[in-house]
Design a protein around this ligand. Structure first.
Ligand SMILES: [Zn+2]
Length: 102
């Protein structure tokens, strides 16, 4: 058990504890490439910049991601509830979703 951070963020105009949030990073098309819980133990990721740096460690990796259009601007804060209800295993955008075989 870890102590809640007590930090509050606003997601979709609702104040929520940062501890109940996560970051997702998308490609320009909308596919999710990475997800990260905002708070884990002593690690607190409170800004999109921090999330981007955590998910793309090192300048070179970050530069490579940015060349693909994966940037701070495509890094979003979402609630874990939103993740469970709307994302879950569906990381691909509509264009890249595997088509259902009849
Ligand atoms: Zn896509």
């Amino acid at each position: 058990m870890t102590q809640p951070t007590g930090l509050t963020v606003v997601v979709d105009n609702q104040p929520v504890p940062l501890d109940e949030c996560g970051w997702i990073q998308r490609r320009p098309c909308g596919c999710i490439v990475a997800a990260l819980v905002a708070v884990s133990g002593n690690r607190v990721v409170a800004t999109a910049q921090q999330a981007h740096e955590h998910l793309n460690k090192g300048k070179r990796e970050r530069a490579a991601a940015e060349r693909e259009g994966i940037t701070v601007a495509t890094t979003e804060l979402i609630t874990m509830t939103h993740y469970r209800e709307h994302i879950g295993a569906k990381w691909e955008c509509e264009r890249h979703q595997p088509s259902v075989q009849a």
